[in-house]
Design a protein around this ligand. Structure first.
Ligand code: F6P
Length: 409
């Protein structure tokens, strides 16, 4: 095989996105790729001709192991929206000039639904110019909102972190013999998968959160206050998990009711935060008890010290499967995970047309949301529990996890 490969990372990172990068790199090298380039900051960096030769940065087996355990996107990321080539072909012409100059035969992009939009557009354009470059999407997102795949790499580790830390917060809530309400704010934009993972805190030694509010259901602030005060009649510490993306009946995000300035990215997504603080203030005002608002924020997507072994392994596998299928001649596809069994849990990789994945959001099935929209059913627990199983020990140096970083060459 003569052609080189290029790989990029895009969108919000996960704790295991670099495991997919390791899977792409290692598999490409094992299968005889010549040079494996990494775009810096995704296609945005590629357009500025910013890329590296990955073998100068990943040299040993230990580097691969460190890369897998390194949070954030090793190559940097972007939230860059390619225009339609019918409207503006200039970025496409530039990208293909660069790809041809680098003798690229295979292009891999690790990302969520916005990043699959990029791959879908590049693939479509490649057909119009009869380019034989293969384009493959490698799924990742803590939001778990990609269609066609049972789940997305990155979700299991974020869910494990949320379940674990939620258990700890619930226990902490019992410390005083007085009333308090704790609101946990969890990422996931318009899909509640990650917030739903707070239900996994419930176990033999933990009563679990008292209520969970997902963006799939309309959020009613007065009803919420009423439910909290009812709960307080029977217990002192109430813990509630809310999605950053909950919306009131008129369609506004609760976070838009705050005075926070909302940043909007290239895909039109608002930065959602402040929901927990807003609701905690509301409760303090209406009920008058002690409240705490905890925004898990970026912690939930970079907690590489507590990744799920199932997740980090699958993240590596989807990277490897992407390379294998591209080298076998596939293009315009996203790698998927297909669950073949729940007990014992088993998943295999598959492929799906990229055009049918891009820009679509998979949400939590309404029938899995129970108790008047405040909890998750057993079906959800059966779905999510296998994804958070087992651990991969960090490589500890001087008491803290060691990470791999790009060398300054
Ligand atoms: O990409 C997923 C995600 O982590 C969402 O859950 C969250 O709303 C968003 O990204 C945050 O975006 P940013 O990384 O731009 O702050």
């Amino acid at each position: 095989m003569k052609k080189n490969i290029i790989v990029g990372q895009s969108g919000g990172p996960t704790a295991v996105i670099n495991s997919s990068l390791a899977g792409v790199f290692q598999t490409a090298m094992d299968r005889g790729a010549n040079v494996c380039y990494g775009m810096l900051n995704g296609v945005q960096g590629l357009l500025e001709e910013r890329y590296v030769d990955l073998s100068e940065h990943i040299e040993t087996h230990l580097d691969i192991e460190l890369l897998k355990r390194t949070p954030s996107s090793f190559l940097g990321s972007c939230r860059y929206k390619l225009p339609k080539f019918e409207d503006d072909a200039a970025p496409y012409i530039k990208i293909f000039e660069i790809l041809n100059k680098l003798e690229i035969g295979y292009f891999f992009y690790i990302g969520g639904n916005d990043s699959m939009d990029t791959i879908a557009k590049l693939y479509k354009y490649s057909k119009t110019i009869n380019s034989d470059i293969k384009f493959i999407g490698i799924p990742k997102t803590i939001d778990n909102d990609l269609n066609a795949t049972d789940h997305t790499p990155g979700y299991g580790s974020a869910a494990k972190y949320i379940a674990s830390i939620t258990k700890e917060v619930i226990r902490d809530g019992h410390v005083y013999d007085s009333k308090q309400v704790t609101i946990l704010e969890i990422m996931g934009r318009n899909a509640g998968w990650l917030t739903a993972a707070s239900a996994l805190a419930k176990s033999e030694d933990c009563e679990g959160v008292d209520m969970i509010f997902l963006p799939e259901m309309v959020f009613d602030i007065d009803k919420f206050v009423k439910k909290v005060s009812e709960l307080q009649k029977n217990k002192k510490s109430v813990v509630v998990a809310v999605s950053e993306g909950i919306k009131i009946a008129d369609g506004r995000y609760v976070s838009e009711l705050t005075e926070n300035v909302q940043f909007v990215d290239a895909f039109g997504h608002k930065t959602l935060n402040g929901t927990a603080r807003y609701l905690a203030n509301k409760l303090a005002e209406k009920i008058g008890c002690k409240t705490r608002a905890i925004e898990f924020s970026t912690l939930q997507r970079c907690a590489s010290h507590i990744v799920s072994r199932v997740d980090i392994t699958e993240a590596y596998q989807v990277g490897g499967a992407g390379v294998k299928c591209a080298f076998d001649g596939e293009s315009g596809k996203m790698v998927t995970l297909i669950r073949t069994s729940d007990d014992p849990y088993q998943c295999v990789t598959g492929l799906f047309d990229i055009a049918d994945v891009a820009n679509l959001e998979k949400t939590v099935p309404k029938e899995w949301i129970i108790n008047d929209g405040t909890y998750l059913s057993e079906e959800f627990i059966r779905y999510a529990k296998p994804l958070i199983q087992a651990e991969l020990t960090p490589i500890m140096v001087d008491g803290v996890p060691r990470h791999l970083f790009l060398k300054k060459l």
